[in-house]
Design a protein around this ligand. Structure first.
Ligand code: ACM
Length: 423
């Protein structure tokens, strides 16, 4: 609660995050606007407020393009300003492995660099390769420092180690992680690749547990994202080791190896007091309800089914909340108009939706400046959906407040999509 009267200002909150939000609000009320010489009067207000959802996040993909610590800190600043509290950090994929792992040094010695990058964008399916090498990774100390920076702003890092697919960079570093044993390169190509981790092999699961040990050590995260999206089964089908492992596990469907791997690793995390979340398509066989799922491609009816299982659901429907799509495909108005809780859910199902993420995938976003023009102003819509009750959502009111946000970003040297995005 924030009370401003002629006698002073008072902030009362149940958590330190709430106190910080109250302070931010007070500071914003003194905001002089575009004219810094204007008098700084604070209006008398009484604000009682709380967030609608506990998970109000943004996904940042640095596997495709490494953006660097300054870009990450800037994004964290914006999350805090927007009272958002989760940075979902996608640190590994086919095109790069960005986290130093002491026990497996080649993950970054080899996996953090690729010989070129896929040209093109969402509208250009060309296979042309720009031969400029791309590289970058964070040391454990750098990751710790960014996590501390986030924590000081009440932003929690949700680190993602994407398994068992989207792992070409890891297999390039250690060919024994794949089923074929073939030596491959970190790929520039944006695609769903057939080289996946050979989770049938116990040594591969042990390697992944050792990576998770370091994720826990570096981030001390309440929850780890295990990925689990888009996993072709071709190599598992061809592998005698996988056939033998499936017999041991009593599995008849090779696709179920994906859920098996996610469940094993989630159990490993649970034994260490950490939660797990995976992309919804990780559930190729029933997963324990303790594993949260992040919805990205399913229909509203599927969300109701996920909720029916009683598990926590994070919403990031690709067409509406993927902020890396162009503004033509995903306009600001569409982000704002997409309910976090699909209207098809009943009240009991709705309680399982813990929040939402706006996603910044970077297959075609190459620089921190480009990243900003995709993020802003749509991130503000995600923030408002995460915070406000549906009956308080008001698009004309939101649009009327946005020009001031554009000025704030400009004052902070942050790019945005321009006033023409505000419609
Ligand atoms: C995803 O967009 N592959 C989760």
């Amino acid at each position: 609660m924030l009370d401003v009267t002629p006698r002073g200002a008072r902030i009362v909150a149940g958590t330190t995050a709430g106190l910080t939000h109250g302070l931010f609000t007070l500071v914003q009320l003194t905001d002089p606007g575009a004219d810094p010489t204007a008098a700084r009067a604070v209006p008398a207000v009484h604000v009682e407020d709380e967030p609608r959802f506990e998970h109000r996040g943004v996904l940042l993909d640095e596997a495709r393009y490494f953006m660097g610590a300054d870009a990450v800190r800037s994004l964290i600043d914006q999350l805090a300003l927007h009272r958002m509290n989760v940075l979902h950090w996608h640190l590994t994929d086919d095109q790069g492995w960005r986290m130093e792992v002491r026990a497996w040094p080649r993950l970054t010695e080899v996996g953090a660099r690729r010989a070129g990058s896929h040209e093109g964008d969402w509208f250009d399916e060309s296979d042309a390769i720009d031969p400029t090498p791309h590289e970058g990774f964070y040391t454990r100390d750098e990751l710790r420092s960014i996590a501390a920076y986030a924590a000081a702003r009440h932003v929690t890092i949700l680190p993602e180690i994407d398994v068992p697919g989207h792992a070409v960079a890891a297999i390039a570093a250690y060919p024994e992680l794949g089923c074929t044993g073939a030596t491959i390169e970190v790929t520039p190509l944006i695609a769903v690749h057939e080289d996946v981790l050979c989770v049938c092999r116990e040594a591969v699961m042990t390697m992944l547990e050792e990576v998770l040990d370091e994720v826990i050590d570096v981030f001390d995260p309440p929850t780890v994202h295990l990925g689990g999206d888009e996993v072709p089964t071709t190599q598992w089908e061809a592998s005698p080791e996988c056939a033998a492992r499936m017999t041991e596990l009593g599995l008849t469907d090779v696709a179920a190896l994906r859920a098996y791997a996610i469940e094993r690793l989630a159990g490993y995390l649970a034994d260490r007091g950490r939660g797990a979340v995976a992309w919804e398509d990780a559930e190729t066989a029933p997963l324990p309800a303790s594993i949260a799922l992040q919805q990205w491609r399913s229909t509203d009816a599927d969300v109701a089914r996920l909720a029916y299982e009683g598990r926590a659901i994070v919403r990031s429907p690709a067409e509406e909340y993927y902020l890396n799509r162009s503004l033509e495909l995903t306009p600001l108005a569409e982000v704002y108009a997409t309910p976090v809780i699909p209207t098809s859910l009943d009240a009991a199902q709705a309680t399982h939706v813990v929040g939402l993420e706006g996603c910044l995938w970077t297959p075609w976003i190459r620089t921190p400046t480009q990243l900003q023009t995709f993020a802003y102003p749509r991130l503000s819509a995600i923030a408002e959906l995460g915070w406000s009750d549906p009956d308080a959502l008001d698009y004309p009111g939101f649009l009327a407040r946005m020009p001031r946000m554009l000025e704030r970003w400009e004052a902070a040297g942050i790019e945005h999509a321009g006033p023409e995005a505000l419609r």
